[in-house]
Ligand binder design. Sequence first.
Ligand code: NDP
Length: 400
Amino acid sequence: MGKVMVIGCGGVASVAIHKICQNDEVFTELCIASRTVSKCDALKEKLEGTTKTKITTAQVDADDVEALTELIKKERPEVVLNLALPYQDLTIMDACLAAGVHYIDTANYEPEDTAKFEYKWQWAYRERFKSAGLTALLGSGFDPGVTSVFTAYALKHYFDEIQTIDILDCNGGDHGYPFATNFNPEINLREVSANGSYWEDGHWVETKPMEIKREYDFPQVGKKDMYLLHHEEIESLAKHVPGVKRIRFFMTFGQSYLTHMKCLENVGMLSTSPVMFEGREIVPIQFLKALLPDPASLGPRTVGKTNIGCIYTGVKDGKERTIYIYNVCDHQACYKELGSQAISYTTGVPAMIGAALVANGQWRKPGVYNLEEMDPDPFMEMLNQYGLPWVVDEHPATVE
Ligand code: NDP
């Protein structure tokens, strides 16, 4: 049916690209474009012969709008799937506008020199995408992404009004290292070491990092400690779920991870400000990234499951109701299928689904949108089809 260009060729992109090749009815052609072209070539070689999708590769620096626009114009994809880093979101959106193609990403824009993420920079593109007749779909990963679609699904099929949303992200996987991150270490550590916040009664409530801790007994994983974090979908759900009173996001962490992170933070290794070292500038958190295991290498070592989902309370037909929609994903099953761990898998699958729904026209709507603004049903169906089946529990335990 059409051509997709994937930008980036890391852990998440590798899964999305495998799934694009499984969906060769929609994606007849694929261009993998990234900073290090050898990674794109290696993946192309691995996939050729297993799919009808025609694959090409290209080298590109996605910070360079002009070069990227030229490449998009030359390759002529219908959609660009941005799986580079959140720092590249705006330059890739600019290039998509200049070249006249639809845009999809998984994480909202962050300036490289400040650990701060907000939708305002990307929402500001709404009029430009609208008048160009192009769709930009923001945050088509798991959280945000699947959690946003779960919310639209709950609202469509289970509630007249949703009052509270608790998003629970549990990684019960064990990779055997004392300290490693499951996706890009720089992005992950910036997110986790920042202040927490949640939405209540129409405003943000800010907390210290890791200040709010709860325990939850996750289906198929067991009891885990989880901590309240700021997370990007809270901002868009607060805007798009009418009448919602409270939205919180919790993520599980083991004690070893937290102790290492605190120590690294105390010695300045999480800093994003450059320091001079032996006559050259280095950014401490980027140096740390070079020392830590590559998330892509965790696949064979990681055992256990993830459980990510949302607990909703609200009202249906005048009666109070609580439901929990979640997905459980097994690290070793992901590794067996695609050679990846579950964090890349649970992000890469929805990235492909978002791109497919824009490519096949079902989610094509001029402007800039978050996933909860779209019809959830075709996405929910494709989650079951492409390896992320979900469960609706109508009598779950709630979080205090
Ligand atoms: P990786 O670091 O593994 O991969 C990033 C890729 O982008 C690499 O191939 C890198 O190239 C490439 N890249 C970086 N900068 C540029 C540039 N300027 N031009 C071209 N290519 C570039 O990251 P992940 O795969 O772990 O994460 C990818 C994205 O997914 C991130 O934005 C992350 O925040 C998001 N994510 C979203 C989640 C969700 O649930 N919504 C969950 C997890 C991640 P090189 O090979 O040269 O380094």
